[in-house]
Design a binder for this molecule. Sequence first.
Ligand code: GLY
Length: 568
Amino acid sequence: MLIKNKSQLFLLLIVVFFIPIGCVQGQLGKDNGGEYHNGMVVCAYPDAAQVGLNILKKGGNAVDAAVAVQFALAVTFPAAGNIGGGGFMVYRSAQGETNTLDFREKAPASASQNMYLDSAGNVIQGMSLSTHLASGVPGSVDGMVEAHKKYGKLKWEELVQPAIDLAHNGFKITKRMAADLNRETAEFKKLNEGKSYLLKDSLWQEGDVLVQEDLAKTLERIRDKGRAGFYDGIVADELVDEMQSGKGLITKADLQNYHAIWRKALIGRYKEYKIITMPPPSSGGVALLQLLQSVEKYPLSRWGFNADSTVQLMVEAERRVYADRSKYLGDPDFYKVPVDSLLKPAYNTSRMSDFSWDKATPSASIQPGKFVAYESDQTTHYSIVDHDGNAVSITTTLNGSFGSKIFVKGAGFLLNNEMDDFSSKPGVPNMFGLVGGKANSIQPGKRMLSSMTPTIVEKDGKLFMVVGTPGGSTIITSVFQTILNVLEFNQGMQQAVNSKRFHHQWLPDLVYIEKGALDSTTHAKLEQKGYKIIDGGPGGRVDAILKTKWGYYEGGADPRGDDTKLGW
Ligand code: GLY
């Protein structure tokens, strides 16, 4: 296939990185049926959901179940579940206390701003994606240790053991997973000389049992030693040896210096709902709140789901918000992110004042906004609610599907390629077509900007929804649409997740639509106004839980993947 321009490249990347993880319509996520009053787990893989449910049933709380699901996904869903990556957790206790945990990867201490540029200052293609240099210092294990220390109820060992059992005894792979592994075989071989992880002599088939002995050993070390079982000792040695074998940067000191950070939840409102979401270094929470503010005063429910006015308004809001993202969002420990200014309702309303209902606003005419005063970002998501009503929303990632596709020899886990989420060079798009500048430039120890948007919604002071998704740059718009599907278009949780989605991100100036998202009349009306519409996107596997007005939980497990909802 000939790539003629950046838009086509972006579309190809969406297809390569996300469709393989199961963008096949029509297969509903698994569900144990019924109305659940005692708790629920919704995640990307059936065996991991079962692990979470078992923990809830034996008296574990939502954080206990989350820790167990994180490790179980590292075994059963290696495309994105991980111990070699990072993520974000948004927490809301049954009593309404909120908190977030940032276990995002960090640039190694010897990383530098121009590390992916050649001598002429051009980005070296692929260097931040599929080399040892692509990996940030992993945060997931420390994140789980910290989450458990603060909120866990069951013993750590009990939470890690189910993942060890899955790795050691093996589990049956789904049809999608067999296809994913077969697709990656050549890359795994090319990038992992002398290693034989996730490989088989013949093609993988649905129902094959996948055993991962080295990963089981690594998980045993984490079970027995906690943080030290990963950031110190044999696993740390193996990770650093792996780095040295491929000129990677992560050192023992980088591992020892990695710490997850508790950050105050970002809180906003949409009508009568309180939105509890992730602050920077995610761009997701800020962008979600900006988007909600941008559309709040318009009669969306009257216009209806995916009606032309609805789509036009949301696309114009997305165009403006992603322009802001490109300039103002980065790691708050390195760059003063103007969160307060970006979240002033008047600012977002004024940003929407210059669009015309008659004609698409060209992105070339939109620049990041200016403030009166400067005041003081393949991935997977799981949503969990426990018996008491504590809720956890976690999005975790290796970045691309199977991360860098490089395994740590001896330790059996995949390394992330999260460094690509930095801006390698101002204005040059990353894997997701996102551009950035100084705020998200590479610096030693800095966290790369993320789009992950784990979110919890409250109504009348009570838990209402737990939501999030993978999907790179489309994460923010998928969460935005899923929330509006329930709040404005009266959809139930599963319906809101199933509903077809669309996406705009300022640059490239295109509306990506999922097949069937727009009827032909709406499609034609938008094209007449100058919107360039492309079929094929977006990605995303939204996994969410709704507390219904009847008091039971309704899960939404994305039918685009093997996503599964289990309750009790
Ligand atoms: N690696 C995708 C994100 O964090 O946005």
